[in-house]
Design a protein around this ligand. Structure first.
Ligand code: 13P
Length: 343
């Protein structure tokens, strides 16, 4: 595969395909395993992820790239094959989460700043050697009374841009992820409030990317959708979510960016698919719109697996089903009928 940043970025948003976010940190994957009563050992984490990467139907037809956690990038399958090689063999690009997590921001109660810039240049060099061709850094923007603050939006955008510049220097495509969370506590956190904050965050991020001389053609944006908060008194319809999200992105994301790959952020599997499909059906759009889902791609597979070898085939087919539905959504061709027929 070409090593040019622009070509890698294009491959990550190839038609009808999207990204599998399987980069849960050790703490997050433990929470996921707890939900199915499986102990989070290194071997169980390996077995679970190996199962996903060996789901050929999903991986070859619907998945363009996989985001890994540090441990997984170094792990070998049960038969000794490096997990990275399974991903490459399926024709997908291996990626790596490189941020060190969102930590409490000093002086800004209730807000977070993502850490991980120190030593990043050396880590990226090593990750490139291990096969990673793209990376992910997630900034977290909360909505609450008086939050987010300018200080938090600005600091997170700056860190994203510094990270993106370091990635490109290392020949790695940065996924730039400023996530406006949907689980804020306030009832006034409706889709319009989410729109305002997302627009603000994205404008600030693109200012910072410009100042840090980041090549827009060699990056992928991973935003939230413009959606009502979990506790909002009014929940926007799927059509409203699609319309507001596309409008917000059109007003903030330059057309030079090859693609936008959404996070699912706590939406149900089917909601995340429906929203993506509605947006793509609103085309033509200046960039590709696809998925980079974690929970919304894995939830059904995780449940079907339950930590048991005898369930591997069922879990793989649950994953393949979800991946196919999202592949259709990336082309604007998903429908509830198809969901039922294919299930
Ligand atoms: P979710 O789709 O579960 O939000 O995860 C995507 C991701 O990678 C968040 O950083």
């Amino acid at each position: 595969m070409s090593e040019r940043l622009e070509d890698i970025a294009q491959a990550m948003v190839a038609d009808g395909k999207g990204i599998l976010a399987a980069d849960e940190s050790t703490g997050t994957i433990k929470k996921r395993f707890d939900s199915i009563g499986v102990e989070s050992t290194e071997e169980n984490r390996r077995d679970y992820r190996e199962m996903l990467f060996r789901a050929d139907d999903a991986m070859k037809n619907c998945i363009s790239g996989v985001i890994l956690f540090d441990e997984t990038l170094r792990q070998k399958a049960a038969d000794g094959t490096p997990l990275v090689d399974l991903i490459k063999a399926a024709g997908a690009v291996p990626g790596i989460k490189v941020d060190a997590g969102a930590k409490d921001m000093p002086g800004f109660p209730g807000e977070k700043i993502t850490e991980g810039l120190d030593g990043l240049r050396d880590r990226l060099k090593e990750y490139h050697g291990l096969g990673a061709r793209f990376a992910k850094w997630r900034a977290v923007i909360d909505i609450a009374d008086g939050i987010p603050s300018w200080g938090c939006v600005k600091a997170n955008a700056h860190a994203l841009a510094r990270y993106a510049a370091l990635c490109q220097e290392a020949g790695i495509v940065p996924i730039v992820e400023p996530e406006v969370l949907m689980d804020g506590p306030v009832a006034a956190h409706d889709a319009d409030r989410c729109y305002q904050v997302t627009e603000w965050a994205l404008n600030t991020v693109f200012d910072e990317l410009f100042e840090q001389r980041v090549l827009l053609e060699g990056m992928v944006l991973k935003p939230n959708m413009v959606i009502s908060g979990k506790n909002a008194s009014r929940q926007a319809s799927a059509e409203e979510v699609a319309e507001k999200t596309v409008r917000c992105l059109k007003s903030t994301v330059p057309a030079a960016v090859p693609g936008i790959a959404f996070l699912s952020g706590g939406q149900s599997d089917e909601e995340a698919t429906r929203h993506l499909s509605l947006m793509n059906a609103m085309g033509p759009l200046p960039w590709k719109l696809t998925f980079s889902y974690g929970r919304a791609l894995q939830a059904a597979a995780l449940k079907a697996w339950g930590g048991k070898t005898e369930n591997v085939a069922a879990a793989q087919s649950a994953f393949s089903h979800r991946a196919r539905m999202n592949g259709l959504a990336a082309a604007g061709k998903w429908s509830a009928d198809q969901e039922k027929q294919a299930a």
